[in-house]
Ligand binder design. Structure first.
Ligand SMILES: NC(=O)C1=CN([C@@H]2O[C@H](COP(=O)(O)OP(=O)(O)OC[C@H]3O[C@@H](n4cnc5c(N)ncnc54)[C@H](OP(=O)(O)O)[C@@H]3O)[C@@H](O)[C@H]2O)C=CC1
Ligand SMILES: Cc1cn([C@H]2C[C@H](O)[C@@H](COP(=O)(O)OP(=O)(O)O[C@H]3O[C@@H](C)C(=O)[C@@H](O)[C@H]3O)O2)c(=O)[nH]c1=O
Length: 294
């Protein structure tokens, strides 16, 4: 079975590419510019430079490869940049999804879209798949718009919602809260960390495994694929300091009202994952286990 991944150079993309190759799938990795995969892929593998916002790029690659499955992970994921550059955020997250989805409808038979807890407003928390989304950032709004496009597609689709992904930076990917806290403390910096946001941080390897389960079972619909522990970013920073014997005294507890970011973050998110457990057999590690794998 041939799987095409968009955003393969990203945090999720790199780990998912490696896992699919380890499981002997035929993998078509795509990303902006050259491959930055930090391992020498073996097996049935090809890489294509593909800007999802460029219709010629996506059609050429999809027509040539005609993958059975598309995992659409590419997005503008810097929440603050999305708020400050709305046109680019729309062009990539909404129009880019429209491009690859249109081509998938012609050439593929299963479309898996990676979405986020940021489609919710963060008032309720502990979200399940049938809760009503209400985004409070442009990033969240564009991700929800893309979800809606996928849901109107003729193509069998799955929407995978995940939350605060962390894991080993293979190479040049976006930082994540654990690597950011570890690096900051190692550099002797003092960091202000919020204690009133609640998340279910997700180890990138668990997210990749959940996506493979969806591919194997040809599952359709919305699935929450996240960690199972509810933690605040402050808890995460303290656990990170303890794990690496760093000075937790440099972690200053603040709340979101004093922590100004251009893109509003939903206060309480985190996912109920019973549906993925029951229908997919998905079972994530605890945060401490995930931390030990880094
Ligand atoms: N990280 C997290 O905490 C969470 C992520 N998600 C979702 O998971 C998915 C994967 O995110 P993650 O791997 O963590 O983030 P990354 O930012 O590491 O990966 C996103 C990738 O998308 C690529 N990309 C951006 N624009 C384009 C474009 N126009 N054409 C092709 N590729 C493009 C980026 O390329 P380049 O490397 O060149 O910048 C990058 O490699 C995203 O859809 C995100 O919304 C959901 C919830 C939480
Ligand atoms: C940088 C920073 C972050 N934080 C907190 C805020 C936030 O809850 C958490 C992570 O902050 P960041 O701004 O790095 O990450 P953030 O952009 O909030 O992460 C989001 O990324 C997108 C892609 C998603 O889809 C979301 O699920 C979520 O993971 O850490 C602090 O408390 N202090 C800081 O200095």
């Amino acid at each position: 079975m041939k799987v095409l991944i968009t955003g393969a150079n990203g945090l999720l993309g790199q780990h998912l590419t490696k896992l699919l190759l380890d499981k002997n799938y035929q993998v078509v990795a795509t990303g902006r510019g050259e491959s930055r995969l930090p391992f020498e892929p073996s097996g049935n593998y090809s890489y294509h430079s593909m800007d999802i916002a460029n219709a010629f790029d996506t059609y050429a690659v999809m027509n040539r490869e005609r993958p059975d499955v598309v995992v659409h992970a590419a997005a503008m994921t810097q929440v603050d940049e999305c708020e400050l550059q709305p046109e680019q955020c729309d062009r990539i997250n909404v129009q880019g999804t429209a491009q690859i989805l249109t081509d998938a409808e012609t050439f593929s038979s299963h479309f898996i879209y990676i979405s986020t807890d940021f489609v919710f407003d963060g008032e309720k928390g502990n979200y399940s798949e049938d809760d009503e989304p209400l985004p409070i950032s442009l990033y969240g709004f564009t991700k929800l718009q893309a979800e809606s496009m996928v849901q109107t597609s003729e193509l069998p689709f799955a929407i995978v919602r995940t939350c605060l992904v962390y894991g080993n930076l293979l190479k040049g990917t976006r930082s994540n809260i654990v690597s950011w806290a570890k690096d900051s403390l190692e550099q002797g910096k003092t960091i202000q960390v919020v204690s009133d946001q609640v998340r279910t941080p997700t180890y990138v390897g668990d997210l990749a495994k959940g996506i493979v389960l969806i591919i194997e079972k040809k599952a359709t619909g919305i699935y929450n694929i996240s960690g199972k522990d509810w933690l605040t970013p402050y808890d995460i920073a303290i656990k990170t300091a303890n794990k690496y014997q760093l000075d937790a005294g440099r972690i200053v507890k603040v709340d979101a009202s004093t922590f100004k970011q251009p893109g509003r973050r939903p206060l309480k998110t985190g996912f109920v994952i019973e549906k993925a457990r029951k229908e997919l057999g998905y079972e994530p590690m605890s945060f401490d286990e995930g931390l030990n794998l880094m």
